[in-house]
Ligand binder design. Structure first.
Ligand code: GLC
Length: 476
């Protein structure tokens, strides 16, 4: 990882790569689509003129400034790369409905009716302590909680709206409770803040009406300032859903510069329509190369809903969670796994059970995950891999029994052992593969068993999209 390379060599390497995918995405987003009414077109034109002016005004960065920006990003992300595993928490009025955090929109619940939930949202004090203890037990190193989801209800104390927990039935600042709980367990603290807002009167019209945009952007910038100013050191700012504006419309560069002026060490995700520090693949894992020192983090639900959804029983197994974490660590990413607490603040039984099991596994195997380096070995039908330096960790999620092989390892294996027991493993290696024998018939660990291979150099593997390069099979 970065500690073994000098910062400047990393900077040089990452500066060489162009953010092509990002540029293509931006171009597609700019193109927009669909037919617009004449009135809408007029409004859109007004906003577009403003955008053009903003673009012209944006100063170009010198090479030295760019290098300094990348170096600073690498420094700020260092703890996060080591941490690898975090807890996402979706909590809001929707927990009272108990049918997913999008219930307001998908069930077309009118604002006036939905708002009444705020008179019934009275969670037990300091429920967040249970979440923080659970995160710690699961081996997670940071937490990210919704300060405001799309529904618009704020869990923090805001001077900009009365639609917030301290001013309604709850009567307490739930973000304060969360921050204290996370810090109490020694965990890093993140805030999720939805830019999209179904409650604010300008939230839907701001793309066509410049007055609405001005009011709404001021409101959101003001809230972002509040959450960044009132809770001490914040480690992560996690924006969500920038609909219906683009980066110019949101004035994202200005907003994020304001954030950094308050919190110089904070890391910011890519959902204000600027790439910032890390990207956020959702509900899937796709390893990304690092462009300009950026990281990536896959966020995922434990069932199929982010907010509490009482009848959603599509739970991931602890094995699936461990496998996902391994895949993220293998490809240099992080895994942000969600809980959706009930309205009283308690965590669904199933989530507790899954995270407890994962935590027990992390107690025994955490060394294979935390601070892992990117790993080039990827191919097996029953195992996945992580790496630290020259040590390759073979994570068998389906244990094949007493003897099996990993094909195409091109690095010399020096020694092998079962991680859980320390028991040495017999192996033979040739140009085709590395064959293990004399292994226990039953998996030595649960839900995933690890064999640690000490290699003579960085572990690499000959593989191809369909068949191994050169198809080495030996003679019949
Ligand atoms: C989506 C959803 C949202 C959830 C988020 C988490 O954008 O709109 O409900 O908070 O993903 O990444």
């Amino acid at each position: 990882m970065f500690s073994v390379l000098s910062v400047s060599s990393v900077v040089k390497a990452v500066l060489g790569k162009k953010g092509k995918a990002m540029a293509a995405k931006k171009r597609a987003a700019r193109k927009g689509g669909g037919k617009k009414s004449a009135a809408k077109k007029k409004g859109a034109k007004k906003v577009a003129v403003k955008k053009k002016a903003a673009k012209k005004a944006a100063p170009k960065m010198s090479a030295a400034e760019k290098t300094a920006e990348v170096e600073d990003r690498i420094r700020r992300l260092e703890w996060w790369h080591e941490a690898k595993f975090g807890m996402f928490i979706h909590w809001g009025l929707y927990a009272l409905i108990g049918r997913h955090e999008w219930a307001m929109e998908r069930e077309a619940i009118p604002v006036a009716e939905y708002e009444k939930l705020a008179d019934r949202f009275t969670p037990v004090p300091n429920a967040a302590r249970e979440w923080a203890a659970l995160a710690k037990r699961a081996g997670m190193k940071y937490m990210v909680m919704t300060t405001k989801h799309h529904e618009g209800f704020c869990l923090f104390d805001s001077e900009l709206t009365d639609y917030c927990a301290p001013k309604r039935a709850c009567g307490r600042d739930l973000v304060r409770e969360y921050v204290d709980a996370a810090r109490g367990e020694g965990l890093r603290v993140g805030f999720y803040h939805s830019l999209m807002d179904w409650h604010h009167p300008d939230g839907a019209t701001c793309a066509e009406d410049e007055g609405a945009r001005r009011r709404f952007v001021d409101y959101i910038h003001g809230q972002v300032r509040e959450i960044c100013s009132n809770y001490g050191k914040l480690d992560i700012l996690w924006y969500d859903v920038p609909w219906p504006l683009d980066a110019e419309g949101w004035e994202s560069a200005k907003m994020n510069a304001m954030v950094r002026s308050i919190l110089p060490d904070v890391i910011i995700n890519n959902r204000s329509k600027l790439p910032e520090d890390f990207s956020t693949p959702e509900q899937h894992i796709r390893g990304e190369e690092s462009v300009d020192g950026r990281g990536w983090e896959a966020c995922m639900t434990m069932n199929d809903s982010w907010g509490y959804h009482g009848s959603d029983d599509d739970w991931k197994s602890p094995k699936r969670v461990v496998q996902n974490l391994v895949t993220c660590a293998r490809d240099g990413g992080n895994y942000l796994l969600n809980i959706g607490p009930k309205a009283d603040g308690s965590v669904p039984r199933e989530s507790i059970d899954i995270l407890t099991k994962v935590g027990e596994w992390m107690d025994r195997n955490g060394q294979t995950i935390y601070n892992a380096d990117r790993c080039k070995v990827k191919s097996s039908l029953f195992a996945d891999f992580t790496r630290k330096g020259n040590t390759l960790y073979v994570h068998a999620h389906f244990w094949p029994g007493e003897s099996w092989s990993i094909g195409g390892l091109t690095t010399k294996v020096v020694s092998a052992k079962i991680l859980r027991t320390g028991e040495p493993v017999k192996f033979e290696q040739d140009e085709f593969g590395t064959r293990f024998s004399g292994l226990p018939a039953e998996p030595p660990d649960d839900p995933v068993s690890v064999i640690a291979l000490e290699c003579a150099s960085e572990p690499t593997q000959e593989s191809g999209d369909f068949i191994r390069k050169g198809m080495p099979r030996g003679k019949a």
